[in-house]
Design a protein around this ligand. Structure first.
Ligand SMILES: NC(=O)c1ccc[n+]([C@@H]2O[C@H](COP(=O)([O-])OP(=O)(O)OC[C@H]3O[C@@H](n4cnc5c(N)ncnc54)[C@H](O)[C@@H]3O)[C@@H](O)[C@H]2O)c1
Length: 318
């Protein structure tokens, strides 16, 4: 290391690190005020379901026009009806299987025709089977990766270039707490969500290094939420239980996501204390982590392979 590096670069580094730690601590206590999104165009995938439909309400409530995307047109129409009832913004629905690259390209053309360039892309659609590794089929794994992870690449491919060109835009990738810590009965789901976290981290750095600071990448990590996703695990036979945490409600999660995005947060943990788990996960030895997990008692019930296998067999028979 040269003397110049020691005398100039190291103190600069120390100053920047300390400044940002203090700023983050201050922002934890006093969050930034929300910026206005009146007239923005926001595209939300999975808008027919739990969190997605509440996200549509949250953005429209703040005056943003919404392009709502889902594979299920019936539930999507229901979301659009509720949004139109409570606001005067522009609302359009698009039925699309976002795992299909060509359909995503056609969707993007339709959205650009109706809205022009979008300001906010919310990659929210997702699936969860909640099966033990022995019960997950090849089709399950491929579907999980296609919907939860690969679709985010296809959506980014269509909408990120225009944001980059304008050096303006927000991308919100909905991951999960299961994208930060391992959760039992969720090997495929966790792998896809760790992928979403990695995608966001890489993209953030890529944009930063290309001086594209006007485009913000946000990763969202909620614990389990009371939606169709968690209510239908193994046909509703398996429940997520925890000694301390009850399932969050979709409306509070959506509200926190939009608030966090508009206050320039980059990783949105819901609840906020979840970030402690991540820190502990990277510093504690395995035995201590196991003790912490035993204490928290987060599990899927019934969780035995045989119980899930019989639930699976039942499903196949009917
Ligand atoms: N529910 C939870 O416990 C929880 C926790 C953390 C993160 N998340 C994440 O939040 C997001 C939303 O989950 P949710 O709980 O609202 O689920 P949900 O099942 O209520 O809604 C998901 C929506 O995605 C749509 N979808 C599924 N496959 C699609 C496809 N191929 N093309 C287009 N749309 C498709 C569904 O039709 C549904 O409307 C997901 O990414 C999920 O992984 C959920």
């Amino acid at each position: 290391m040269s003397l110049t590096v020691i005398l100039v670069n190291v103190p600069t580094l120390a100053f920047r690190v300390i400044y940002h730690i203090l700023l983050a601590a201050y922002r934890y206590v006093v969050p930034k005020p929300e910026r206005s999104v009146d007239g923005y165009s926001v595209l939300i995938t999975g808008a027919g379901g739990g969190i997605g439909s509440h996200l549509a309400k949250e953005w429209s409530f703040r005056g943003a026009n919404v392009a709502l995307v889902d594979i299920n047109m019936a539930t999507l129409k229901e979301t659009a009806k509720q949004v139109s009832k409570s606001s005067n913004v522009k609302v359009k629905t698009y039925q699309c299987d976002i795992t299909n690259r060509e359909r995503v390209a056609a969707l993007a053309a339709d959205v650009r025709r109706d809205f022009g360039d979008i300001d906010v892309l919310v990659n929210n659609a997702g699936v969860l089977w909640g099966k033990a590794i022995e019960c997950i089929t090849e089709a399950d794994v491929r579907k999980t990766m296609d919907v939860n992870l690969l679709s985010q690449f296809w959506m980014l491919d269509e909408f990120l270039p225009a944001m980059r060109k304008r050096n303006s835009g927000i991308v919100i990738n909905v991951a999960s707490a299961a994208g930060k810590v391992g959760v039992p009965m969720c090997a495929d789901y966790c792998a896809s969500k760790f992928g979403v976290v990695g995608l966001g981290e890489s993209l953030k750095e890529e944009l930063r290094q290309s001086q594209c600071s006007g485009v913000r990448i946000i990763t969202v990590c909620p614990i389990f939420v009371n939606t169709g996703m968690t209510q239908s695990i193994n046909g509703g036979q398996t429940k997520i239980v925890s000694r301390f945490e009850k399932l969050l409600e979709a409306d509070e999660v959506a509200s926190r996501i939009v608030q966090g995005a508009l206050r320039d947060e980059t990783t949105i943990y819901i609840p906020r204390r979840l970030c402690l788990l991540e820190i502990l996960g990277s510093v504690l030895p395995q035995g201590a982590l196991d003790a912490l997990r035993d204490f928290l008692e987060l599990k899927f019930a019934p969780a035995t392979v045989s119980a899930l296998q019989s639930a699976d067999d039942n499903k196949k028979e009917h």
